[in-house]
Design a protein around this ligand. Structure first.
Ligand code: ATP
Length: 193
């Protein structure tokens, strides 16, 4: 079965504010979508709605295929070394080739560092490695470039391109430009209330 992700007529309310409404999205295998907009417009909220972590005020989300989320939370034990923290998820996710993520994201020199000591960009690279190892067809990425240097930024852009080239789906929320393969741009401000 090919991956697909659809959102129909989504409205998002946070507290007593309606942030956006009338947003629909249809993604098939190979599609990339860039959700753009200024701070506070609701990009993270939309990603959480797509991930099933936040209930939309109106509308529906459906998907075929497993979803992987990268946001500002790094779901790794802070007291473990990066090696052990990644190994924990590799076992759960049944990853057959953990070396690839380490190489692409240049994590080898950091493997003995406790997760709590990783810098912002290093944490983001670790989160991307975990995502890569999980081999899920639908990627939901919330500000994946935050904290990355130029080289890491290019690596993440290349990973997303490879993922979509292989039939994956990527929905990326970012306030900054990102090189995405034939990405559809959604300016969230166009749906603001
Ligand atoms: N639990 C909540 N209750 C009330 N308001 C909230 C809640 N969570 C977020 N908000 C508000 O919703 C708005 C959208 O937040 P969101 O994090 O989705 O924006 P964003 O576009 O991702 O912003 P940024 O670019 O700064 O990450 C903000 O004004 C925020 O303060």
């Amino acid at each position: 079965m090919q991956a697909q992700l659809a959102a129909k007529d989504i409205a998002c309310r946070r507290g007593d504010r309606l942030l956006f409404s009338g947003l629909s999205l249809q993604c098939a295998a190979g599609d990339a979508v860039h959700i753009a907009g200024a701070n506070g417009v609701g990009k993270s909220s939309l990603i959480r709605i797509l991930a099933g972590l936040l209930r939309p005020y109106l509308g529906e989300v459906s998907h075929d295929g497993a979803m992987g989320l990268v946001d500002e939370r790094l779901a790794m034990d802070e007291n473990h070394t990066l090696r052990d923290a990644l190994a924990f998820w590799e076992r759960l996710d049944g990853c057959g080739d953990p070396g690839r993520a380490l190489e692409v994201l240049q994590l080898d020199p950091l493997m003995d560092v406790p997760v709590r000591f990783l810098s912002t960009g290093q944490r983001k690279r670790a989160a991307m490695a975990r995502l890569l190892n999980a081999a899920q067809p639908i990627w939901l990425l919330d500000e994946p470039l935050n904290g990355l240097d130029d080289q890491a930024r290019k690596s993440v852009e290349a990973l997303v391109a490879l993922h979509c080239g292989g039939g994956g789906i990527a929905v990326v929320a970012s306030h900054q430009p990102m090189a995405l393969p034939r990405a559809r741009m959604i300016a969230l401000a166009d749906y603001a209330k």
